[in-house]
Design a binder for this molecule. Sequence first.
Ligand code: SF4
Length: 681
Amino acid sequence: GNNEGIRKILTVCPYCGCGCGLYLHVENGKITGVSPSRSHPVNKGSLCVKGWNAYEFIAHPDRLKYPMIKQNGAFKRASWDDTLNFVATRLDEIKKKYGPDSIGILSSAKCTNEENYLMMKFARAVIGTNNIDHCARLCHSSTVGGLAAAFGSGAMTNSIDEISHAKVLFVIGSNTTEQHPMIAMHMLEAVDRGATLIVADPRRTKIAEFAHIHLRQKSGTDVALLMGIMNVIVNEGLVDIDFVRRRTENFDAFENVLRRYPPSVVEGITGVREYDIRRVARIYAMEKRSMLFYAMGITQHITGTDNVRACANLVMLTGHIGLPMSGLNPLRGQNNVQGACDMGALPNVYSGYQTVTDPRVRKKFQMAWKRKLPQNPGLTLMEMMEKAYVGSLKAMYIMGENPLISDPDLNLLRKALERLDFLVVQDIFPNETSEHADAILPASSYAEKDGTFTNTERRVQLIRKAIEPIGESKPDWEIICELSNKMGYKMNYRGTYEIMEEIALLTPSYGGILHHRLSDGFGLQWPCNDIKHTGTQYLHRKKFARGLGTFITVDFMPPDEPPDSEYPFLLTTGRIYFRYHTATMCKRTAVLEREEPESFIEINPDDAERLGIRNRSMVKVSSRRGEIEIKACVTNKTPEGIVFIPFHFRESAANILTNPATDPSAKIPEYKVCAVKVEPL
Ligand code: SF4
């Protein structure tokens, strides 16, 4: 029949953290299509528009096909050998002259676990620095820190296939329908079975349109909203007292602060009616099968860690954790952002969140890697950029990241990158950041290599090589090994399965995760401590990872840059369905590009009328840091006083405007609130 000659290779979608199972269709060495796995626990035979189109970019003519070195301002093709020698020599020189901490490394949430593990090994063992980070700094660093302190583990507690059997779904700061489409599918199944959906979001997002109750708190007031809800729970006797007594500590101190947040006060701060605060508190607390979800609306604030702590307090107060169909569920954005964190592509931990300051841990890694390892935590992504700007960070090695679109205050960032003595970029496409590189290393896409991704519910899954690498590109893990060998540290693995064996040996939560155990079925959810362990559906069942759960006292703090008379609008940023991150893959996919070709600013009809702005006319938006021109989209999806811009677009880049002020502990920038002025053009 027609299907003769088509091979179907089971792998994992390269886009979002849902981690859908899909088949790549291979004909004559080319990928010609995609189809969903029917039996996968997440996508169950469906895919979103990005998944269905997750192949066109693979053979796009823009792919980086050979290594390049910049000479007199222009990139020249070079051999792998010459390019890697050049990179190795420059990194060595800089390390000798300025010390290992003058080098910064960015790993990638789009690369496999094995590659992230090797990159952090490269930073620590080969360069000798803990300056390694990745874009989780910009999306969920407040989750990792906030939940580690409260529970001892910073991951989604429950599983996606539990969602459709829950009775209450409370979604705060997550545009789930657009950003985690298959998770939203499970939510709507629950609603069809009678569950109540509560959404808290200043914008009327798609998921808010399905909600039974939509709370529109002012951006940046989540702590107050959650404290108000918990105040009602305590005052109306809805606390799970048994759970609080047996499984938690520090409740009394927390309760003292909670008194300051009666719903009447909270209404004044958040703009949410007292009546609705009470209603949500009762509905959420009284049903045992209540799941709490959040995403970047919670994390991307200077109070991101406090927002996360407030969520953790809410699930402990009600005992909605450690059970199926409950828990606290941060939705991780990129396909392997969970894995990149798990693998220790972070400045303070090795794989499995083992801290670099713990002498026993360090000794274990030193013995395994046969190198003396640095003992102080390294620089976070934003700190690296600050140090580059002032000239004390001299070189960066960036794998699969594009900070020149994704980071706040882009004008400053560009100067920081220009001041580096040496920049090497490793990626599948040229991008805004690689323009500033001294050398470019062409990497292979997910379809051209083996390895594993870990999705948002901690599910470690195999990706499988479907075609040979395009051009002279190589899988990231091979490039790291070759560079390491050139720098005099032997890294030789027969395949990615061997890297996973090393990970399992050194990482308790991945102790039983080996490739051969993942090859049938749909992976294993960590913790999976040994070879007999069948994985963990939900966390903190009998006790928390840290023993007792801790109530951490939080207090409302206003955003860093609230609107004022000069910049009267509150700008919030986010993502849209047809786009993904800095758009390097989706803008090379016809369907996705066609649906949403240009950026826009959402503005409320009353604000638009007052300013004389017509729908689809061009406007100028400015903040204290820069200005952009952009098309107006007049809609009451955004409330008065708030405007919204998606961050994906190079033209009209939202991050020219955003505020680089960061959360004091997580160092996550406040993408969700800054002050801007909007003027008709
Ligand atoms: Fe891919 Fe996410 Fe869409 Fe699934 S929901 S197909 S993982 S982008």
